[in-house]
Structure formats: C-alpha cells, structure tokens
Design a binder for this molecule. Structure first.
Ligand SMILES: [Zn+2]
Length: 312
C-alpha cells in the first residue's frame, strides 16, 4: 500500500506515498480554496471601489483585509504549482521554498496595508473627514459580511465532507472576517445616525484585523524559514522507527521545504549487518514513518553501527 523507494539513490532518500492524502480530496480542497478566493477577491474589489467613492476608511480597511486574505491563498496555490517542479542539479530539492519567499512578500504587503489603513483612519479622525454616499458604503459593508459568510459556509461544508482540518480552520477565519465587515458597517451606521467620527473609529478597529492577518502570515513564514516543525512529528517519527525490528535506537529530525515534510532518521543497528540488510531496514522504517506521520513526503535513512551512544 505504501510505495517505498522509487529511485534508489545513495543517500537512501525514499520518496513516501501520502497514505491518507487522497488525490480526489486534495482536488476538492483546492477547488474550494480557489472558488473562495475568487469570491473574496470580487467582494474586496467592490468594497475598495465603494471605499474610494464614499471616503469610508472602515470600508477601505475591510477591502484591504479581504484582498490580503486572497493574496495568502494565492501563495498557497503558487506553492502547489512550484512544488510539482522536478528537482534539478542547481535546485536539488526543487523550488518548493519559493512559497516561503513569496510569503515574505505577502507579509510586507499586509503590514504596509495595515499602516496605510491605520494612517488614513487616524487622519480622518483628527481632520474630521467626511463620508459621502453613506447608503452605498453601507451596501458595501453588507456585501463584505455576506461574502465572508457565504465563503465560510462553503469552506465548512467541503471541509467537513473531506475531513480537512485546514479548510475547517479557514472557514472559521472567514466567519471571523465577517465581524470585520460588521465593524465597518457599524461605523457607517453611526455616521448615518449623525456621528461623523464613527467611520474613522471603525477604520482603526478594522486595521486591528489587518494586523492580525499580518501577524499570522509573519509567524508562519518565520517558523518555516527557521525550519520549525511540530515537536510531535519528531517524537512520533522516532517511535515509529524504533518499532522496526533491527532498529536498536532512532533519532529523528524533520523540516519542511515548502509543502514537503522531509524526515531524517538516524537508526542504530547491529554492526554485523550488511549494507543490503541496513537498506531493507530503511525501507521498513520508511513504511512505518509514512504510516504514523502521513504528512511526511520524503525520508532519509542513515544507518549507524550500534549500540546507541549512551548520551542520547
Ligand atoms: Zn481574514
């Protein structure tokens, strides 16, 4: 069921089959992300247009927020595409890290737009800025609420059907984003009720939401660039390797290159074993790790002559 070594190379890096990650489900998840991104992009662009027409900073911030979210989805797509590129001599691991590079770009853009939206909001508050065509602005904010709610429900239903945690978390994000649009709406309603500062205050609140996106994007990209990994992965990979007959002791390391989780297993074996036997153990280790850590996309097996050093 699990494919082991496709190509045999001297470093004993086994490309692993994604056990649980069914291709059909992945396609459904991709489609859900793509459809949502198009929906949110349309919502954001209409809001942006209405923000210019009305001079509403609340709407401006909400539009920027929605467009920032779309750009993060675009990076995920870029990652999918580039991760299909085959490794070359110049890029022996492929181009998967391009996704992280693009992530830095997105983080810069999101923070810059947060500064822009915040600056415009504070300026409007101080200068007692005016809001025109309030009805159109209110319609824009309602579109923001509706757009995010529809996208949230859609992602949640697909996420539940294919059992995708990422998609369900994404749905929750979109649901919360409807609150940002509701903030813009509240500001405009306040203006309509004779409180001209309402929109500027809403703009400042919505800027907080953009900062939140900026924080999440930055945290993720820094984590990936610093080769951060969920410690659970290392523990489980060590347990899985240690359970293979012939492995006296195992150390694991793992890191992401783009969307591929690369696992390195250093396994102590009986020093009398032949290279062929060590290799066979490596295949069993790859099988076990692939079963227990379905995210693992590649496994490097290093056989060490045991027993394990006492310091570990
Ligand atoms: Zn968002």
């Amino acid at each position: 069921m699990h494919k082991t070594a496709g190509q045999r190379d001297p470093a004993a890096a086994f490309p692993l089959a994604h056990g649980r990650d069914d291709a059909g489900e992945r396609r459904q998840a991709n489609r859900a992300v793509a459809v949502s991104a198009v929906g949110l992009a349309a919502t954001g662009l209409v809001e942006l247009l209405l923000a210019v027409v009305t001079g509403s900073v609340g709407l401006l911030g909400d539009a920027i927020h929605n467009l920032s979210d779309v750009s993060t989805s675009a990076v995920v797509f870029l990652g999918f595409r580039l991760s299909r590129r085959l490794p070359s001599e110049r890029y022996p691991y492929g181009l998967e890290r391009a996704e992280d590079l693009a992530g830095i770009g997105i983080a810069v853009v999101v923070w810059a737009s947060a500064v822009f939206a915040g600056y415009e909001s504070v300026r409007k508050l101080i200068e007692h800025g005016h809001t025109d065509h309030i009805a159109a602005g209110i319609a824009g904010a309602m579109l923001g609420i509706a757009g995010n709610q529809i996208v949230a429900r859609y992602k949640l239903s697909v996420g539940k059907r294919i059992n995708s945690g990422t998609l369900i978390a994404d749905a929750r994000h979109s649901w919360l984003d409807a609150l940002s649009s509701a903030g813009a709406l509240a500001g405009l309603v306040a203006v309509a009720l004779g409180q001209p500062w309402g929109d500027a205050v809403a703009g400042i609140a919505v800027t907080g939401f953009i900062c939140h996106v900026g924080y999440e994007v930055t945290r993720d990209v820094v984590h990936r660039l610093a080769d951060g990994v969920d410690p659970e992965i290392v523990t489980v990979a060590e347990e899985a390797s240690g359970s293979v007959p012939g492995v006296v002791h195992a150390h694991a390391r793992a890191r992401w290159t783009g969307r591929t989780l690369r696992v390195e297993i250093e396994g102590w074996v009986n020093p009398e074993l032949t290279a062929r036997e060590c290799d066979a153990i490596g295949h069993l280790v790859a099988d076990q790790v692939s079963r227990r850590v379905p995210a693992a996309g590649s496994l490097t097996w290093i056989a060490r002559a045991g027993p394990a050093d006492p310091g570990c």
